[in-house]
Design a protein. Structure first.
Length: 170
């Protein structure tokens, strides 16, 4: 057996995992990325009339498993960056990064928790310019055989455990 003795410091990011963009025309944007970049929906959130108003999109690699989403488009009044998300090695690196950023006095946004849609363990912070950044790990992997999930818009912010979205700082 080996001891696990983690050193304090920043999370070691594996890669840029996904991006969330705020858009003023959801339908137009969703169609653009699906038609021109071959993205497909993993989960779609619908409004009270059953109309799709949010889509978690992934790359289509056929039978190969890929991340639950690489792009999420969120309808808002102003187009812009929602957040960027970096995958870290494991839950230890979520907590290491959390403590590191907290000790550096950066502003925390939301977390630590586990999303319902995508299932990632997450922790959100603000960078020095006010952009939201996320550390995440342990998300769903899907392929072409995975059916599209249809859910309410409220479920997009729900957590399986951890800090509730009502406490999220914007």
């Amino acid at each position: 057996g080996e001891f696990v003795r983690l050193k304090a410091g920043p999370s070691q990011c594996k890669r840029l995992g996904h991006i969330v963009i705020n858009v003023t025309d959801f339908e137009k944007t969703n169609k653009f990325y699906k038609s021109n970049f071959g993205l497909i929906s993993s989960d779609e959130c619908v409004d009270e009339n059953g109309k799709t108003c949010l889509a978690f999109n992934r790359v289509d690699q056929g039978k190969n498993f890929v991340d639950h989403h690489c792009l999420l488009t969120v309808p808002t009044d102003t187009a812009g960056l929602g957040h960027i998300a970096f995958e870290v090695h494991d839950v230890n690196h979520i907590f290491l990064g959390h403590e590191y950023l907290k000790n550096k006095k950066y502003k925390h946004s939301w977390g630590i928790g586990r999303h319902v849609l995508g299932s990632q363990i997450f922790d959100y912070w603000f960078d020095p310019y006010g952009f939201r950044v996320e550390h995440w790990t342990d998300g769903d992997l899907l392929n072409i055989d995975t059916p599209v999930g249809i859910t309410s818009i409220a479920e997009a912010l729900e957590v399986q455990w951890g800090v509730d979205s009502k406490d999220r700082k914007t």
